[in-house]
Design a protein around this ligand. Structure first.
Ligand SMILES: [Zn+2]
Length: 299
C-alpha cells in the first residue's frame, strides 16, 4: 500500500454529540449511518475500511466543545484509547479548551502523555477567535506557549461551519497571523484554508509564515485550484485531508481520487499525500528500523 495519510477525519464519541449536530451529519450518510456509528466502537473496522480505500494513516480529529458539539474533555481519553489499537495508522488529535481548564500547561502535558500528536483548536465551535489571548483569554496563550515548548503542532479550523450554534465569525484565517508571530516555533496547521469565503486571506498567511501548513480537507478537491490557484507555491507545506464524514464528504477514496486526478505534477501530489504528513508526523513504527530501511520504506 502507498503510504498515504488523510490528516483529517472524524471518529468521535458520538454518544456525546448533541442531537441537532448528529442529525446534520446523518443527512447525506443515511445509507451507511449504522456503519459510521459502529466505527466509533471499533478501530479494527476502521482499519479494514482504510485498507479497502487504500489509505495508510488517518488523523483522528477530536476537540472539546461542550456547548456547540457536546464533546467534553473525555474526548481526549476516547481518542487515545482508540488509537492504541494501531499507533502507526491512527494518529490521535486532542484538545484543551481554554475556558474549561485551571491548568493549561498541565493539560497540554497530559495530551502528550496520552500520546496525542496534535492539538486541535476549533474557534467557531469553541467560541473565541484564534488570537483571543491578545484580548484577555490568557489561557489560550498559555496553551500555545506550552505546545510550542513541547514541540506539539496545533491544527486550527478556519472557514465556516454549518453545525447549529457554530459562530462562523471566529473562523477567519487572519487571526492566525498573531499566533504565528507570537509563537514562532509553533507549527500551525490551518485546516480548510478559510474556505469558502476567505481563501485569499489564507493563502497570504501561508506564504508569509513558514511555520504554517495548509490542510486541504473540507475543500471539494475539484474546487481546490479554483480556491488556491497558486497552491503549488506552498511547496512542502500542504497536507492531504478529507474531513470525512462531515456533511458533503461521502467517501475517503472518492475525494482522494478526485485530488489525484487534478492537472498537477505527480511528485507534488506525492509530497502532499505521503511525504509532508510523514515529515510532520513521523511514523512511530519505523523509528525502530535502520536508516536505510526507512529510506526504502518511504518510496
Ligand atoms: Zn473537521
Amino acid at each position: 500500500m502507498e503510504r498515504i495519510t488523510d490528516i483529517h477525519i472524524h471518529i468521535q464519541p458520538w454518544d456525546q454529540m448533541k442531537p441537532a449536530v448528529r442529525e446534520a451529519i446523518r443527512q447525506g450518510h443515511e445509507d451507511h449511518w449504522e456503519f459510521l456509528i459502529s466505527l466509533m466502537e471499533s478501530p479494527s473496522l476502521l482499519i479494514d475500511h482504510l485498507d479497502r480505500a487504500g489509505i495508510w494513516r488517518v488523523g483522528l480529529i477530536n476537540y472539546v466543545s461542550p456547548d456547540v458539539m457536546g464533546f467534553t474533555d473525555s474526548t481526549n481519553d476516547f481518542v487515545s484509547r482508540y488509537a492504541d489499537h494501531d499507533r502507526t495508522r491512527l494518529l490521535p488529535f486532542g484538545s484543551v479548551h481554554p475556558r474549561f481548564t485551571d491548568d493549561p500547561e498541565g493539560a497540554v502535558d497530559r495530551l502528550i502523555d496520552l500520546g496525542i500528536v496534535c492539538l486541535k483548536i476549533h474557534p467557531p465551535h469553541q467560541g473565541f477567535p484564534a488570537n483571543a489571548y491578545t484580548t484577555g483569554l490568557d489561557n489560550l496563550g498559555r496553551i500555545y506557549k506550552r505546545a510550542e515548548e513541547r514541540g506539539l503542532p496545533i491544527m486550527v479550523h478556519t472557514g465556516t461551519s454549518i453545525f447549529p450554534g457554530a459562530r462562523c465569525k471566529y473562523g477567519n484565517p487572519m487571526e492566525l497571523d498573531d499566533v504565528a508571530i507570537d509563537f514562532p516555533d509553533l507549527r500551525i496547521i490551518m485546516a480548510h484554508g478559510g474556505r469558502p469565503l476567505r481563501t485569499e486571506e489564507a493563502f497570504f498567511l501561508l506564504r508569509r509564515h513558514r511555520s504554517m501548513y495548509l490542510d486541504v480537507s473540507g475543500i471539494p478537491p475539484k474546487k481546490l485550484l479554483e480556491s488556491f490557484p497558486r497552491i503549488t507555491e506552498l511547496g512542502d507545506r500542504i497536507l492531504w485531508g478529507t474531513d470525512w464524514p462531515s456533511p458533503g464528504v461521502r467517501s475517503l477514496r472518492h475525494n482522494l481520487d478526485q485530488f489525484l486526478s487534478l492537472p498537477l505534477d505527480d511528485e507534488w501530489k506525492k509530497q502532499v499525500t505521503i511525504h509532508t504528513p510523514l515529515a510532520l508526523f513521523p511514523d512511530q513504527g519505523s523509528e525502530k528500523l535502520s536508516p536505510s530501511d526507512s529510506v526504502t520504506s518511504t518510496r
